[in-house]
Write a protein that binds this ligand. Structure first.
Ligand SMILES: O=C(O)C1=C[C@@H](OP(=O)(O)O)[C@@H](O)[C@H](O)C1
Ligand SMILES: C=C(OP(=O)(O)O)C(=O)O
Length: 432
């Protein structure tokens, strides 16, 4: 466990950085590359700990995966070439690995045991286990299969028509993957549209998938063909510097090649509604994923209400948006975000206790937060709770707090952004 001393920003943040690859797309590139026949090359892959768990899981199934820096090559002959793993699979801290791979494992002719770290072991898996059982999956574990460790006895799965009650791209994706490996037509509908990287990648690997509003339909038994994947920069990582630049006086920062898939850009909409000075220049689309540069400047902000359909489009950005709200003029209300309670930590409680330790005033509600604006923050000792997004929120808060901050358990940041402190240093060293 590493503790880091952080100082208030001595000067403005300036310059240009390219944030690391998108975590959701990196996971999916490995899954699809392993399921496809042929050689898949992935560029700008995120080498965060979560994505490495997905690589390890497919290596355990016998798939050849080579990694050189941010380029990953997957050589596979498809699912029929997979072998039964001889050891339990460790999903680590990664909810995405756990949920999506349960959808795959359920359909493989193997007995597989999977477990996770202390945080993942507390996160609900029944959201995928229950619908997978409706397809014929045999999955057993604690609390009737609600929590890891889980034992999966792979089966031939049948098709599913399912309206998912949770607003979760992980659930949708797990069921689409199971549907791809099942017989017949699987139809998944959601209350609000969640990130659609699985649907985009199915198409780019040659599968037929039909998207109509918030319903996705896939016919099982399709063969995927290897494809080359370029992973755009992760808007969820960019978010920390978008907010930092808004908060540190005089800042002017450009983030290059950021993924601008509309199911992920809720943070840009919300920051613009708070009057943030943001310019977005979309310049290309790769395999259905929009990519562009974002420039943001320091400036005054106003409070806002964040709720409804935008929530899944910015779910992982809510910790850093909560910090932004403490500096806006007027109150900010975050609602409809009960899913925050099922992340790496209970993020509603983690945001509240962390910002309170910086001296901020805010209230929690069952599904969100009410945050007072125009607040002065004091340096503090704050724990990431093993949650990478809380760790990065603390680091950005320290830039505008009076006095020193100590970030405890800073290692958690390696889950999604191993080069975070380096990129922060680049922006603090004039690189225009
Ligand atoms: O599908 C994905 O890649 C993800 C979906 C979201 O989780 P939920 O599906 O649980 O909302 C998000 O919080 C997570 O970081 C990544
Ligand atoms: C919730 C997150 O990831 P996961 O569910 O994959 O652990 C996240 O990255 O903020």
């Amino acid at each position: 466990m590493t503790n880091i001393k952080l100082q208030p920003a001595a000067k403005k943040l300036t310059g240009t950085i390219t944030v690391p690859g998108d975590k959701s797309i990196s996971h999916r590139s490995i899954i699809f590359g392993a399921l496809a026949k042929g050689r898949t090359t992935v560029r700008h892959f995120l080498d965060g700990e979560d994505c490495l768990r997905t690589i390890d899981a497919f290596r355990a199934l016998g798939v050849t995966i080579e990694q050189e820096g941010h380029t990953v090559t997957i050589i596979s002959d498809g699912k029929d070439s997979f072998k039964e793993p001889t050891m339990p699979i460790n999903f680590g801290n990664s909810g995405t690995t756990a949920r999506l791979l349960l959808g795959v494992f359920a359909a493989l002719p193997f007995h597989i045991t999977a477990y996770g770290d202390e945080s993942l072991t507390k996160r609900p898996m029944d959201r995928v286990v229950l619908p997978l059982r409706q397809m014929g999956a045999k999955i057993n574990g604690r609390a009737e299969g609600k929590y890891l460790p889980l034992a999966v006895d792979g089966q031939k799965l049948s098709n599913l028509t399912y309206h998912t009650p949770v607003k979760s791209a992980q659930v949708k994706s797990a069921l689409l993957l199971a549907g791809l490996l099942a017989e017949g037509e699987t139809k998944i509908s959601e209350v609000v549209k969640t990130r659609d990287h699985t649907e985009q990648m199915l198409t780019s690997f040659g599968a037929q998938v039909d998207v109509s509003g918030t319903t996705v339909t896939i016919v099982g038994g399709q063969t995927l063909q290897a494809a080359d994947v370029y992973v755009p920069g992760d808007i969820s990582s960019a978010a920390f510097f978008l907010v930092a630049a808004c908060l540190v006086p005089g800042s002017h920062v450009t983030l290059k090649n950021v993924g601008l898939n509309p199911t992920r850009t809720g943070i840009l909409d919300v920051m613009q509604s708070m009057d943030a000075a943001i310019e977005i220049r979309e310049h290309q689309t790769e395999a259905g994923e929009k990519i562009g540069d974002i420039t943001v400047r320091y400036g005054p902000l106003k409070g806002t209400e964040i709720g409804g359909g935008v929530i899944p489009r910015l779910i992982d950005e809510l910790p850093i948006l909560a910090l932004l709200a403490t500096q806006a003029e007027g109150e900010t209300i975050i609602k409809d975000a009960e899913e925050l309670r099922y992340k790496e930590s209970d993020r509603i409680e983690a945001i509240a206790s962390t910002l309170r330790s910086f001296g901020a005033e805010l209230d929690t509600t069952p599904d969100g937060l009410v945050i007072k604006g125009n607040q002065t923050l004091q340096g503090t000792e704050a724990d990431s709770f093993g949650d990478h997004r809380i760790g990065m929120m603390i680091s950005i808060a320290s830039l505008i707090a009076d006095g020193e901050t100590i970030l405890k358990n800073a290692d958690s940041i390696n889950i999604s952004y191993p080069g975070f402190f380096n990129d922060l240093k680049v922006l603090q060293t004039d690189n225009v």
